[in-house]
Design a protein around this ligand. Structure first.
Ligand SMILES: Cc1cc2nc3c(=O)[nH]c(=O)nc-3n(C[C@H](O)[C@H](O)[C@H](O)COP(=O)(O)OP(=O)(O)OC[C@H]3O[C@@H](n4cnc5c(N)ncnc54)[C@H](O)[C@@H]3O)c2cc1C
Length: 379
């Protein structure tokens, strides 16, 4: 067993950290306050080669392993959870799914531009009536000559308003049950496609979330990803990797909560001494540091299993479940440590607490994670 990162991984962590201190930290509060997608930041991420971090160089990426891409998501999320999540969805799910299941033509037309950071990708499965219950999806695609015609509405699509390429899940044969859903690559300019309502959110506010509307939307049959009927296992494979990305996002949030709590508790004087001298505060910080370590090891272990091409679904669900609940628990404690100042805008911990909540919900709720884990261990 080797707990050491490679020199390259250490160097990438250091480079991302420096990038974040220079480019992300200074704008993180403002893009949260204004719910703004920072196009200028994504241009810099693209110039730095971070947009296609786990994608091979021949397709425009950086050719890093998955664990390295997790380190990047963690460090970005330490400064801005929205930015870490946007990269995680774009590179860790959308680009990775086209890499795994796409034809050479699809990789050339869609993967390379995304990996080079020319535009973002989005993953569209959830619908107004289909959240945890993915079988309740109603969007359908019918073959008409050399095109598929897609009808339906997707909701809560991250990067929905900003993406250039969408992975869309639709029934091609509902009667076939779990073997009846297919995945389509839909370019933003596809006729019959438009972005619907934009959602205003409690946290993760600079990540853009919207409805997507498909009304007789036409895409070439060459835009079918993989085989007809393979959509559901593909979505689950996308989620497995994505859940490790969410765990890494939580590790970044937890690290930031710990950093802020240590700094503030040493600076804040009450009753003539720093509040960190009180055991009540010191123990909150001890628990935070311990859960951070546990979450980090679960996330890295799941990423390592993925890189070794070993089964990792259960471990990804465990990492996401543990890290997201720890992030929520300890960001609340971090606000407590900051007292009234932590409750006000301007305190980073206030944003961290709002950003943490969504990690218990998207890419499978905590209840869904417990279903995945118990389904495996009770088998
Ligand atoms: C900010 C944001 C970004 C998102 N990004 C994307 C995206 O990019 N792409 C995408 O496809 N989706 C996305 N989603 C959707 C997200 O994945 C869903 O919100 C999530 O899967 C839960 O679905 P739901 O909201 O419909 O809740 P529901 O499924 O209605 O669940 C409501 C509650 O009931 C519980 N519950 C449901 N069924 C069971 C059960 N059988 N047993 C026990 N408890 C149960 C849930 O755990 C939850 O607590 C996003 C959502 C948000 C808010």
């Amino acid at each position: 067993m080797d707990f050491k990162f490679t020199e390259e991984q250490e160097l990438i962590r250091k480079n991302v950290r420096e990038f974040c201190l220079k480019n992300v930290e200074p704008i993180a509060a403002e893009i949260d306050e204004n719910s703004r997608h920072p196009a200028e930041l994504f241009q810099k991420l693209s110039d730095g080669g971070w947009m296609g971090i786990p994608i091979p160089q021949e397709y425009g990426g950086a050719g890093a392993d998955f664990l390295t891409s997790i380190i990047v998501v963690e460090e970005l999320s330490r400064s801005c959870a929205s930015t870490g999540f946007t990269i995680s969805t774009h590179a860790g799910i959308v680009c990775t799914m086209i890499l795994l299941f796409g034809t050479e033509e699809q990789k050339k037309n869609y993967l390379t531009p995304m990996a080079e950071g020319r535009h973002l990708g989005a993953f569209a499965l959830t619908e107004p009536g289909a959240g945890t219950d993915v079988m309740a999806v109603t969007t359908a695609a019918v073959l008409d000559g050399s095109d598929y015609v897609i009808n339906g509405t997707k909701t809560f699509t991250s990067n929905g308003p900003t993406a250039g390429t969408y992975l869309v899940f639709a029934w091609t044969d509902k009667s076939a049950g779990r073997k009846g859903m297919s995945t389509f690559i839909v370019p933003r300019e596809a006729p019959g496609f438009r972005v619907g309502e934009h959602f205003k959110k409690m946290g993760l506010r600079s990540s853009q979330t919207s409805e997507l509307i498909f009304k007789d939307c036409r895409v070439s049959k060459n835009n079918l990803l993989g085989k007809e009927g393979a959509g559901l296992p593909m979505a689950m494979a996308g989620f497995d990797g994505g859940r490790i990305g969410i765990a890494a996002q939580c590790v970044g949030i937890l690290q930031a909560a710990l950093d802020e709590s240590i700094r503030y508790s040493k600076e804040r004087i009450q009753f003539g001494s720093p509040i960190a001298r009180n055991q009540a505060i010191a123990w909150m910080i001890a628990d935070m540091a311990t859960d951070l370590s546990a979450a980090r090891f679960l996330a890295y272990h799941a990423a390592w299993l993925k890189d070794q091409k070993l089964p990792f679904s259960k471990e990804a669900a465990m990492a996401k479940l543990y890290a997201s609940e720890a992030a929520m628990r300890h960001t609340v404690k971090a606000v407590q440590i900051h007292g009234g100042y932590g409750y006000c805008k301007g305190a980073k911990v206030e944003r961290l607490m709002r950003d943490a909540k969504i990690t218990e919900i998207y890419e499978g709720t905590s209840e869904a994670m417990r279903m995945v884990i118990s389904g495996t261990v009770l088998r």
